[in-house]
Ligand binder design. Structure first.
Ligand SMILES: *Cc1c(COP(=O)(O)O)cnc(C)c1O
Length: 345
């Protein structure tokens, strides 16, 4: 086995979805943008359908089209970026539901596909996507006559439960939508954990399904096993890797493993990450190369054939911290070279 293996535990994925679903009385969708946060949107979505998910969110129409091929005609597929120029045929043929983000998108959609379902995204302070309050006030009557499927907004600081932005966005959302007879959605993973005020009719978890923070009780979904290419003796005083960054303080055994920054093992992790040879914790040493990393296996109980970088011993958030980033980026950076294996009972 020459390439690293990313194992995706679909049972863990479903158990995370069920746990998040149980936190609210709302309907629970699933966000599978960026190829299911790097884990394979088709497999992830088909598994989630078995747990009862019938509504997915993606970032762009192209993702929605690919997902439609994988899940068939039944589930609703919502597109966060809305109706972009040139997308009308795809939206129509692939039965996608755009979340319209601007007056321009509303005009484009109603002109091109007057009878085709759509939702509306409102901006409640994040200033990323969606209509602002005055724009919404101007088109609200027109939109309400057309029967939107959903009114949604997105929280900027939901991973910080005490942040004053959360209640501010909540009240802005209510002001813009109270009394309207349309399903509403405000919360992704972080918002679900803020409590029932934030749930409305539909929640949209992503990262929590895949085992990442801020869902602290998530079951790990991914494990990453990396083969050892070669093990060598390195005498005290000798160096390992680019720039001679690591110098052996004692006679050592050093394994070179088959993954690097081209596979999403971000170079900035440097020597802050350990890997596991069975139960032995072994430090990564020297600079991370494009396709290889050095590991000090001197103290491993047995010389390993593979090492574990993610799994029961180490989560995506541990790696994220070492790289100064978030679990989302670790997940979505995981390389195309990995062999993806799906595990379910
Ligand atoms: C990505 C995204 C989500 C899912 O967010 P998580 O934090 O991964 O749960 C939900 N809604 C919108 C608008 C998003 O962009």
């Amino acid at each position: 086995m020459a390439t690293a293996t990313l194992t995706i535990d679909l049972d863990a994925l479903l158990s995370n979805w069920r746990a998040l679903d149980a936190q609210s009385a709302a309907q629970t969708a699933a966000v599978v943008k960026a190829d299911g946060y790097g884990l394979g949107a088709d497999r992830v979505a088909r598994a989630l359908m078995r747990a009862g998910v019938d509504r997915f969110f993606v970032a762009a129409a192209e993702e929605g089209a690919a997902l439609r091929q994988a899940v068939g005609p039944a589930p609703e597929i919502n597109v966060f970026s809305g109706h972009m120029r040139g997308d009308a045929d795809m939206i129509s043929d692939m039965m996608l539901t755009p979340m319209l983000n601007s007056t321009e998108q509303i005009v484009r959609h109603l002109e091109a596909l007057p009878a085709h379902p759509f939702g509306v995204q409102l901006d409640t302070g994040m200033n990323r996507l969606g209509l602002e309050a005055p724009e919404w006030a101007a088109v609200q009557d027109l939109i309400m006559q057309r029967g939107p499927t959903l009114l949604m907004s997105h929280l900027a600081c939901a991973d910080e439960p005490d942040h004053p932005m959360n209640p501010r966005q909540l009240s802005a959302f209510k002001e813009m939508t109270d009394g309207l007879d349309v399903p509403r959605s405000l919360s992704a993973t972080g918002g679900i954990l803020l409590g029932s005020d934030y749930h409305f009719d539909l929640t949209r978890p992503g990262v929590g399904l895949y085992g990442g923070m801020p869902f602290v009780d998530a079951t790990p979904v991914v494990s990453l096993s990396v083969p050892v290419i070669q093990v060598r003796d390195v005498a005290a005083g000798e160096s390992v890797g680019y720039g001679n960054m690591w110098i052996a303080q004692r006679d050592s055994r050093v394994a070179t493993i088959a993954a690097g920054y081209a596979d999403g093992i971000i170079r900035a992790m440097g020597e802050k990450v350990d890997v596991f040879a069975e139960e032995s914790r072994c430090p990564m040493i020297g600079r991370i190369s494009m396709d290889m990393i050095g590991v000090d296996v001197t103290d491993a109980r047995a010389e390993p054939q593979t090492v574990e970088l993610l799994g029961q011993h180490q989560s995506v958030d541990t790696l994220a911290e070492a790289a100064g980033t978030i679990g989302y980026e670790i997940l979505t950076s995981m390389g195309q070279r990995y062999q993806r294996r799906y595990k379910s009972s």
